[in-house]
Design a protein around this ligand. Structure first.
Ligand SMILES: NC(=O)C1=CN([C@@H]2O[C@H](COP(=O)(O)OP(=O)(O)OC[C@H]3O[C@@H](n4cnc5c(N)ncnc54)[C@H](O)[C@@H]3O)[C@@H](O)[C@H]2O)C=CC1
Ligand SMILES: O=C(CO)COP(=O)(O)O
Length: 714
């Protein structure tokens, strides 16, 4: 529905009250802010099943839509004057933001809210009048002020005279109407979100402080940030207690017309704010931007009382606070890494963010990717010629040579470098990451420290002090780049982060599900690389699917056993049936790099001309990295330190084969293999551990691992 200006009209005198000229309706529908279908005047209506609009007389005045979810709203409806025609409608007003409005909203330092019918679903004074049994008379005075036939301060004074409450009446009233029962839908979440972003919240109300104190306190707004009228009380000389209401303090800014912009000007005088936003339902709230020194942006809210006159003049008009929450986010994304998987992931992200920076999108258009050596080629050709040749990453991808530059200002950090480099990258990023940024790790691997195993997501979380989800699944990079249907899970601790990343990655060909088991998911991705080496050995031995299935089955069992032994209360059984578990295991054992290199390594070993893992990595992977061998060594450190080698016989046997202690043919005799004695030394070797200490149990392994060129963290 388009609303034409001749139906709009009255400037409400005084504060923005819900008058008798309103109709009751159900809460508004979720009103998105994406302006894809913006009509020329930008004032649009969204579908709703049960909204009513109250239209004024034929003079084009006071056209309003009202939502009063509490019982108090019934009063307004029942007392609607005869001139008001209430029509059922299936639409609610809304007007999407201009780009400028959106940018002001996202950069706001302070947001000022009107209270009655903006923060709350009713007018506090009308509600108090109802409590005191003088609802109709007070409403009549409210309307006089709204119709402009009575000045605001006179109307306020007369209404207070009628209400004439005592302090104990006021206390009883506040008890009967606790803050939570009075809040407009979604306003608490909006204010919390703003507070989390460091935005200062103010209440600027034409209502009374005494009525809104509990609301301010419930919302965590200090009273020093509340501008409202004050009741005047007569005090008992003996007790020092207030006894009788005797009017109100006319010196308050909010007692007069244009009080709201004046309050904002005062706020600005004492705070160095660049951008101040006013949110409200009424014409007096709109005044906040119409007076110099006032707000930079006014957002009209019609979720309780929708006033077309306000909607028409507001730069942005909404009936749903969740649209303001989602409009706040315009996440800038940085991908840390430019290998095969990093490129495939960047391509998906770029597809999801392209062309959205100018609108109310959640994501900024540009995706920055840290590419140590291929940045120039990526920027020139649009693809990574070394790690992901022939696949265009997207026009909105920009590669940078410095990891610090990649993360500067970024809100979402996607970690995707081979696991042995993550620690060094984190050290480089210390103090460089935007506070409040969220991370996700796509890296499969782990680190072993003196304290024990450390997952990559834990390392990111601990070293950078930010939340870190994981994305794991059967995701061979080249297949994802070719848009073959693939699945993945996002393991999260913080659901909000998980949801944001799900939106960032989800594509028609890339199905993402959320999993509240980040550790289980990450350990799956890590451990399957060891099993894939076993699968490659089976292929190198020219054995068929039955034998490979035996390795996959035992591998899955040990993956689950190891993950649950490490994190017994966190890792779930079901995780192993997800794409990160059995899915990734099967994919990698059929088509992964670890499998491929292990097959060649086995063939070379059997031919009598053995080749080292690092030689084969260079030869076969051409700059891509092999993770399984170092992961096998890392996991074996944990197994040996905890005396778990026999408990995980396949992992142990594969590690012994990898390090030259057993022939590749032992892979299917893993029970025997895990019991076979290691290299026997008369005198314990004194080899430095990579973390500086000496572990006798590790010495023979360390010697071989060092010789293979794997297991060294940078
Ligand atoms: N390639 C794939 O199909 C998949 C890989 N993964 C995982 O994703 C992670 C990254 O893998 P890919 O993107 O494929 O990388 P990759 O295996 O193609 O390796 C190239 C990457 O290593 C980086 N690199 C090389 N030397 C470095 C150094 N000295 N310091 C810092 N970075 C260095 C390069 O800059 C580049 O980002 C790994 O943990 C891998 O297990 C996960 C799913 C699929
Ligand atoms: O993790 C992968 C697929 O999900 C890729 O495994 P590879 O590193 O063995 O190729």
């Amino acid at each position: 529905m388009m609303l034409h200006s001749h139906t709009l009209g009255r400037t409400v005198a005084g504060n923005s009250r819900s008058s008798s000229r309103v109709a009751r309706c159900a809460p508004p529908p979720s009103a998105g802010v994406r302006p894809s279908s913006v009509a020329p005047s930008r004032l649009v209506a969204t579908a709703s099943s049960s909204v009513e609009v109250a239209v004024s007389d034929g003079n084009g005045k006071a056209t309003e839509v009202h939502d009063a979810p509490s019982d108090i709203g019934n009063a307004a409806q029942s007392s609607a004057p005869a001139t008001v025609e209430t029509i059922s409608l299936t639409e609610v007003l809304q007007k999407p933001p201009t780009d400028e409005a959106l940018s002001l909203w996202r950069s706001a330092d302070a947001v000022c809210f009107d209270v009655d019918c903006t923060i709350t679903v009713n007018d506090g004074l009308d509600l108090l009048a109802e409590f005191m049994g003088c609802k109709e008379e007070v409403e009549e005075l409210t309307n006089k002020a709204m119709d402009g036939v009575m000045p605001l301060n006179t109307s306020l004074e007369e209404r207070l005279n009628l209400i004439n409450c005592s302090p104990s009446d006021l206390r009883a009233f506040l008890k009967a109407h606790p803050p939570a029962s009075r809040l407009a839908p979604g306003v608490r979440e909006l204010i919390r979100t703003l507070q989390k972003r460091g935005v200062d919240i103010y209440l600027i109300s034409g209502g009374f402080r005494e009525i809104l104190i509990p609301i301010a306190s419930y919302l965590g707004i200090p009273m020093s940030r509340v501008f409202a009228n004050r009741m005047n009380w007569q005090w008992d000389d003996e007790t020092g207690e207030p006894t009788k209401l005797v009017g109100f303090d006319v010196s308050q800014l909010t007692a007069h017309n244009q009080g709201k912009p004046q309050a904002i000007a005062r706020i600005r005088e004492s705070n160095p704010y660049t951008t101040v936003v006013m949110v409200g339902d009424g014409i007096t709230d709109l005044e906040a931007v119409q007076v110099s020194g006032g707000a930079d942006l006014f957002i009209g809210y019609g979720g309780v009382v929708a006033r077309p006159a306000v909607a028409e003049q507001a730069e942005w008009y909404t009936c749903d606070y969740s649209s303001l929450v989602s409009a706040l986010s315009c996440y800038k994304v940085a991908v840390i890494g430019s290998g095969a998987w990093a490129c495939a992931a960047t391509r998906m992200i770029a597809q999801n963010t392209v062309g959205q920076g100018e609108t109310a999108s959640e994501f900024a258009d540009e995706v920055r990717i840290w590419a140590r050596s291929q940045h120039e080629a990526i920027n020139e050709t649009g693809e990574n010629p070394v790690h992901f040749p022939g696949i265009s990453l997207g026009p909105n991808v920009r590669a940078v040579a410095s990891v610090e530059e990649a993360v500067a200002d970024a809100d979402l950090l996607v970690f995707c470098v081979p696991h042995q480099y993550v620690q060094r990258v984190c050290k480089q990023l210390l103090g460089k990451v935007k506070p409040g940024a969220k991370a996700i790790s796509l890296t499969k691997g782990m680190r072993v420290t003196r304290e024990g195993p450390q997952l990559i997501s834990q390392m990111v979380r601990r070293s950078l002090g930010i939340d870190c989800c994981v994305l794991m699944g059967a995701n061979i990079a080249e297949d994802v780049g070719a848009e073959q249907v693939s699945e993945a899970v996002i393991g999260y601790s913080d659901l909000e982060s998980g949801e944001v990343f799900a939106k960032l990655f989800e594509r028609p060909y890339f199905r993402v599900s959320l999993l509240p088991d980040p550790m289980g998911a990450e350990l799956c991705g890590t451990l399957k690389n060891i099993v894939a080496l076993g699968a490659g050995m089976v292929d190198g031995l020219d054995l068929g699917p039955n034998s490979k299935a035996a390795i996959i089955r035992q591998g899955l069992k040990e993956m689950r056993g190891f993950a649950q032994a490490l994190f017994p209360s966190a890792v779930r059984d079901d995780t192993f049936l997800e794409s990160c578990g059995v899915g990734d295991l099967v994919a990698t054992c059929i088509g992964g790099r670890n499998r491929r290199v292990a097959e060649e390594w086995t063939r070379a070993a059997l031919s009598g001309s053995p080749r080292s893992w690092s030689d084969l990595e260079t030869d076969l992977l051409k700059g891509q990295k092999l993770q399984g061998v170092s992961t096998s060594n890392e996991v074996q450190e944990v197994l040996a330190a905890r005396n778990w080698e026999q408990r995980f016989p396949l992992f142990t046997t594969i590690n012994r084969i990898v390090n030259g202690h057993l022939p590749p043919s032992s892979v299917l005799d893993y029970k025997e293999g895990s019991r076979a004695p290691l290299v026997e030394e008369e005198e314990p070797l004194v080899l430095p551990r990579r973390n500086g200490g000496v572990a006798h149990w590790l010495q023979p392994l360390a010697a071989v691992a060092a010789a293979t060129g794997f297991g060294n963290w940078e």
